[in-house]
Each structure stands twice: as C-alpha cells, then as structure tokens.
Design a protein around this ligand. Structure first.
Ligand SMILES: *Cc1c(COP(=O)(O)O)cnc(C)c1O
Length: 415
C-alpha cells in the first residue's frame, strides 16, 4: 500500500478528477534532483543537458530549463520542444546516429551549441550544411569505448557491436580529416554507454578511455574544449533490490577521471532526473481467474507504459489507500490484445477487486514519451504535483484528436 498522497496531493482525488490511467509527476522530486546534481558539480565548468527523450513534457522541460539546465536532443521534434520550452540553442546538444541534413540545417539555424557526431559521414554532412549556411558548427565525436555497462541489452550502447559512436581508431581519423573541414570546429569528445546503470565501474572505465584519447589528441595538436559524459545513471525500479549509486559518488568518478581536463563538462542525465518522480495511476477493471493463473486486468496497458513489454522491465505496483484481505499472486495485465501486455507475473498484492486504484511506480522516464495509440487507445493524461498543488500538464487525448490526421476521402492521383 502506498500513502494516498504524492508530493502533498491526494491521489484518490486526482484519479477521480482526471480519470485513469493517469501519469503523475512530482515537481519537487525533479527540482531536488537538478539541485543536488548542480551542487555535486560545484566548482566545475559543467552544463546539465537533460535528455529530452526520457520525458519530453513541455511542463517538465520548462521546469528544468528554469533551473538552468539545457537539453540533449535526438531529433528535430525534440529540438522544437526544447526551443518552445525556452531552452536557448547554445544550451542544446544534438546526439543520435541518424540526424538528417534537414534536421542539421534546422538545428544550425536555431544556434544549437554542439553536435555529437556519430560517424565520418555525418561529420561531412554537418560540414556541408554549415558551409551552405555560412556558419561554423561546433562538434564532438561520440566514442564507443567498448565497455560493458552491465545493463539490459536493449539499452546498452557502449559495446563495439552497438550502432552508437565510433571506435578510437575511427575517431582518430575523424580528427585528422577535420583539418580539411572549414565549417566544423571539432573540439569535443562524447561518450554515452547505456542506461539504467547501477554501478560506477562502467562509467569509470569509459571516462578513462575518453580521457586517454583526449591526451593523445592534445599532444598531436587538437585542442579539446569539452567532454560530454552522457547519461545513464540508474534509478530504483525495485525498491527492495535496486541500490543506485549516490549522485555525489557519480560526480566524484567524473572529477577523478577528468582531473587533468579543464574545459567544459557536459552531462546528459535523463532517467535519473525524472523516473522516480513519476507514478502511473490505474484502476482494476476486473479479475479473471484463468485455468492456471489469476489475472488482474487494469486500465493501463503496454501502449501507456511500454517498458515491461519492451524490456521485461520490473515496476513496483502498489495499492493506493486501504487494502486488506489476503496476499494473492496476480498476473497484472492490460486490455491490449497482446500477450506481451503484461506488467508483472505472479506479483503478490493484497486481494484486489474491480475499481481498486493502484500505482505503478517509477514511471517518470521512458513511459509517456514512448506511449502510442496501439489498439486505438488515446494517449493518457498527465498531471504535475508540487507541494500540495496540482496542475494538468497534458489532457487525455480525445478520440477526435487521435483520428484527426487521417485522410477520410481518398484523392487518388494517377501517374
Ligand atoms: C538516452 C540518452 C541519454 C540519457 O540516458 P539516461 O539513461 O536516461 O540518463 C543521454 N545521452 C544520450 C546520447 C542518449 O541517447
């Protein structure tokens, strides 16, 4: 059972007012995290660039921007969201393996501060677009340090077999080539080895590789003015089991590994800033006793929170308010017509009945931002809570809005 309040707001009332499924985010929690990371970075020339893909809500972006953070973006859409939230171009870094020339053009026009380049081909494209616009792009090479982040295979990005970054050998040739590119200032290094990392060792190893390469580059005459250490710091999905590193210890690893580097350090936390600030309120539709398993069917589904179906991820699930009765094992599933629409198997919960309110915890990251309309389910509503106040930050999608972009009368055009 969870206390029926969250950041001072009564969850039972919220569910009644806005309906379920409903994402609820604690502004206080996000604010405290930005502040504690900022404090840990004291004395360093550091910039926190929030990874927008974790949760691209306008209200959250605006809040982290107001606290001084910039943005790490991976698409033209995230650029637009960041700019609309008031994040200035110079505080935006653009990452991702598949930036198109069009996205690069838009980003250069918006004054994006740094491009984290992931291939020699992209470097050439960036240079061409910058020349065309008569500007100089600031760029970093994303290094793939081939370290094991010890996380889920689908969110590991720093092994040689992953599509991300380039090997040190290839990075060396990018820097050699960069002397010919008059419209790119290639003066940074970037690394991001994966997500939900629960030990500091992979970060230490990756940063050692990057800093070793930084020394090599400097001794061959390339000035390196920024190192972007990526994101990846893990959070607590299983309260009883996960023990993420303390943020101060994480920053201590960065300080130690980059102690001889005196330029700007960029950090790209996503999950760590917002995941634990979110919970997903959902109601039990009914219990279905199968021949082998007891199913608890809830009104949230894989389209609202894809992590369990996508990664087999665990989320703690608790009653909101009173729950008496014996503890039973439930398979907790959504209404979507897929066996993968399963949040938990044989999960122990005090006996549930139709209409009960539950909270799925740690849903602030990679939940609403990954939601879809599968099974023609409208996108859910989102609310922000802050010290006893609440505000709707996204209304539940209407059926009209869900269908609006479809063409209902076909205009066939012959060749
Ligand atoms: C996804 C991503 C991040 C954020 O990762 P988290 O695990 O959410 O902190 C940071 N940088 C890059 C390049 C990413 O792709």
């Amino acid at each position: 059972m969870t206390a029926p309040t969250f950041d001072g707001v009564d969850l039972i009332e919220l569910a009644q007012r806005f309906g379920t499924p409903l994402q609820v985010y604690s502004a206080g929690d996000v604010r405290r995290r930005v502040q504690s990371l900022t404090r840990a970075l004291h004395g360093l020339d550091a910039l926190i660039c929030y990874a927008v893909k974790a949760n691209s809500s306008h209200a959250l972006l605006k809040m982290v921007a107001a606290l001084g953070a910039g943005a790490d973006i991976v698409s033209g859409g995230e650029l637009e969201r960041s700019l609309r939230a008031g994040i200035p171009g110079e505080r935006i870094v653009f990452s991702g393996v598949g930036k198109t020339a069009e996205e690069i053009r838009t980003a250069l026009r918006a004054g994006v501060g740094r491009f984290n380049v992931e291939s020699a081909d992209e470097l050439e494209c960036l240079s061409g677009v910058a020349r065309e616009l008569g500007t100089v792009a600031c760029a970093a090479v994303r290094i793939n340090p081939d370290v094991d982040a010890n996380t889920h295979a689908k969110i590991s990005t720093g092994r040689a077999e992953n599509k991300f970054g380039v090997s040190i050998d290839e990075a060396r040739s990018c820097f050699a080539q960069a002397r010919d590119f008059t419209h790119v200032a290639l003066n940074g290094l970037h690394v991001h080895i994966g997500s939900q990392i629960l030990s500091l060792e992979p970060f230490r190893q990756a940063l050692q590789v990057v800093d070793g390469f930084r020394r090599e580059l400097e001794s061959s005459g390339h000035a390196i003015s920024s190192i972007d250490v990526g994101g990846g710091l893990g959070v607590r999905y299983r309260a009883a089991q996960d023990s993420p590193p303390d943020v101060a210890d994480y920053v201590a690893v960065i300080r130690e590994a980059l102690r001889d580097f005196h330029g700007r350090i960029v950090l790209e936390p996503g999950r760590w800033l917002v995941a634990e600030a979110g919970i997903l309120l959902t109601r039990v539709i009914r219990i279905k006793q199968g021949s082998e398993r007891r199913f608890l069917i809830i009104d949230a589904a894989m389209n609202d929170l894809p992590r369990p179906s996508l990664y087999g991820a665990w989320h703690d699930i608790v009653h909101v308010g009173q729950a008496s009765g014996p503890v039973l094992a439930y398979d907790i599933v959504g209404p979507v017509c897929e066996t993968g629409d399963t949040f938990a198997q044989a999960r122990e919960l005090a006996e549930c009945k139709g209409g009960d309110l539950l909270a799925i915890k740690t849903t602030g990251a990679y939940s609403a931002s990954m939601a879809s309309n599968y099974n023609s389910r409208p996108l859910l509503a989102e609310v922000m809570v802050d010290g006893g106040r609440h505000a709707l930050i996204r209304q539940r999608q209407s059926l009209d809005a869900m269908i609006a972009d479809e063409v209902t009368t076909l205009q066939w055009i012959s060749a």
